[in-house]
Design a protein around this ligand. Structure first.
Ligand SMILES: C[S@@+](CC[C@H](N)C(=O)[O-])C[C@H]1O[C@@H](n2cnc3c(N)ncnc32)[C@H](O)[C@@H]1O
Length: 267
């Protein structure tokens, strides 16, 4: 996902740095400002048990899938509404393809983020093409309906939401961030939306995923590695009093960019 602050490009640096200060007994990795979940996903892939947390719900959705889901999804009950799914070798792709061909509807995304839905209002927006906005609405409404009707379980629900979040981002009419949209629909935004299945990281451990303020969560969890990548805005970081855990001043024990000089450092 396009995300300023993603540590995707720093994963090998993080892994090497962390490996220099831990021993072989460490098995629980805590990523408590998880954002896109890319760091927890990396260490989950390495066999760790992950505890992920973020105060934002979109991040919870991504982490609930990338971290929380760790076995293949079967979509057993969708046989009732998607004929043929029982014969499919990859049910996640089958469900995504089914959702991709739904007829678009005028819903929240269309009415708030597309030209067709906003052009008569005070604020005109074109974050997505009308066609893709409607398609996104149809898929979102269907996922919620399936959940409410008990046709998908929680794991399947968050897989589908994470897939929708990741996929729609690829068709956004922005210069990567959502602070502003482009005046004309760029080429990728003109393409017809297709729902792609979000990657499933299989691993034989149970993981924990939270959607809480770190200040309350920290008191209830235990782990071996504590990775903290707090917000860069100093005011927000100050409000998040995470810099003192069990008498350890974390500002002095961090591998992060948002403390001190702003340079990555390892103490
Ligand atoms: C710099 S980003 C983390 C990026 C992440 N490491 C990645 O690679 O995608 C900081 C995250 O901290 C979260 N956050 C901010 N204040 C928080 C709080 N009080 N408790 C939990 N999460 C918080 C934000 O929602 C944001 O996702």
């Amino acid at each position: 996902m396009n995300y300023i602050g993603s540590k995707y490009s720093l994963l090998s640096f993080l892994e090497e740095s962390i490996n220099t200060v831990i021993d072989g007994d460490c098995s629980v990795f805590c990523d408590l400002f998880a954002g896109t979940g890319i760091v927890g996903s990396h260490f989950k892939d390495k066999g760790y048990c992950i505890i992920a947390n973020d105060i934002q719900y979109y991040s919870y959705v991504l982490n609930r899938h990338y971290i929380g889901n760790h076995t293949e999804l079967e979509f057993e009950k969708l046989r009732i509404v998607i004929p043929g799914i029982e014969y499919s070798l990859n049910k996640s792709i089958f469900v995504c393809d089914y959702l991709s061909q739904l007829e678009g509807v005028e819903g929240f995304v269309f009415n708030n983020y597309c030209d067709g839905g906003t052009s008569r209002g005070k604020i005109q927006r074109q974050y997505f093409s009308d066609e893709n906005g409607k398609k996104c609405d149809a898929i979102r409404v269907t996922i919620e309906k399936w959940k409410n009707e008990g046709l998908i379980n929680e794991d399947e629900y968050f897989f589908l939401l994470a897939s929708l979040l990741e996929s729609i981002d690829k068709y956004a009419n922005t210069a990567s961030v959502y602070g502003a949209f482009l005046k004309k629909l760029k080429k990728t935004a003109q393409k017809t939306f297709k729902l792609e299945p979000a990657k499933l990281i299989t691993n034989d451990q149970e993981h924990q995923v939270y959607n809480e303020d770190i200040n309350t969560l920290l008191k209830r969890i235990t782990g071996d590695v504590l990775y903290l990548d707090p917000p860069y805005n100093r005011e927000k970081a100050k409000k998040t009093k995470v810099f003192d855990v069990d008498g350890i001043n974390l500002e002095e024990h961090c591998v992060c960019e948002s403390c001190g000089s702003g340079q990555p450092r390892l103490n």
